[in-house]
Design a protein around this ligand. Sequence first.
Ligand SMILES: Nc1ncnc2c1ncn2[C@@H]1O[C@H](COP(=O)(O)OP(=O)(O)OP(=O)(O)O)[C@@H](O)[C@H]1O
Ligand SMILES: O=P(O)(O)OC[C@H]1O[C@H](OP(=O)(O)OP(=O)(O)O)[C@H](O)[C@@H]1O
Ligand SMILES: [Mg+2]
Length: 282
Amino acid sequence: MKIAVPNKGRLHEPTISLLERAGLHIENGANRKLYADTVDPEVSILYARAADIPEYVADGAADLGITGLDQAREADATTLVDLLDLEFGSCRLVLAAPEDGEIRETADLDGKTVATEFPNITYEHFAERGLDPEIVEVTGATELTPHVDMADAIVDITSTGTTLRMNRLEIIDEVLRSSVRLFAREDVVDEPKVEQIRTALQSVLSADGKRYLMLNAPEGRLEEIREALPGLGGPTVMDIAGEGMVAIHVVVDERDVFETITEIKKLGASGILVTEIERLVE
Ligand SMILES: Nc1ncnc2c1ncn2[C@@H]1O[C@H](COP(=O)(O)OP(=O)(O)OP(=O)(O)O)[C@@H](O)[C@H]1O
Ligand SMILES: O=P(O)(O)OC[C@H]1O[C@H](OP(=O)(O)OP(=O)(O)O)[C@H](O)[C@@H]1O
Ligand SMILES: [Mg+2]
């Protein structure tokens, strides 16, 4: 089983970190290598450009791929199945035009020129509305094109909005919301290894923002303490031999930790320990 992952750019680092946290440690993965092994002898890594990953998976060079939804849509790889939202690389593909210019809405672009790194998505967006602008494909610095008379508007990625603002462009329309996904080729979706990888990645996402709370409590106050714990599926309670005390373990949301601790201390809890959770399989 081969997973195609971004070899550079902003998606590289978070993808590697997620795989590591999921237990798929990468071995011999020195920079600029095309392939790397993982601790799982059945799983290897293929490094590729984010934009090429959908095609690599569709063509069989890899079986799974981690890249942005925008890239999968642009590649129009219809044999790809979106298995899991990995919840990073969140951005929007938007139609934007010069502030205070003539272009006020999407329809104003009929017969005009739109520059983009995403010609297929852009074409679809306008075609669905019965519009037919000229689409100019660029490979970067798209935001400059309206200022050098190359285009009347652009379709480009935005997240914080800084780049658009810096280039005095404003959003006319939203074309696509994107985030990084785990994609699989249709014919491998049912393989046990694919489900195993999906579950491992999911377990990292599930653990995010959660904490493991351990504490000791007088047995007599167990019910009150139980009520104060906003736990996932209820706490685990263990007897501490012969002391009239119980040990309680529970998973709580990170944002509830402070309030919960204050509450349970009042109820006689002691020896409270809070730890991070690496993975959580629900
Ligand atoms: N500003 C952003 N905020 C969030 N996600 C982004 C942003 N820009 C791009 N992305 C996501 O990251 C993906 C890849 O973008 P990135 O810039 O890392 O690669 P790239 O431009 O292809 O890199 P390179 O040109 O160096 O190969 C995009 O397809 C999109 O899904
Ligand atoms: O809304 P913002 O937070 O400003 O982000 C948007 C910018 O981010 C991306 O560029 P990137 O930084 O990847 O540079 P690149 O053009 O070299 O790919 C994208 O192409 C935009 O230019
Ligand atoms: Mg980029």
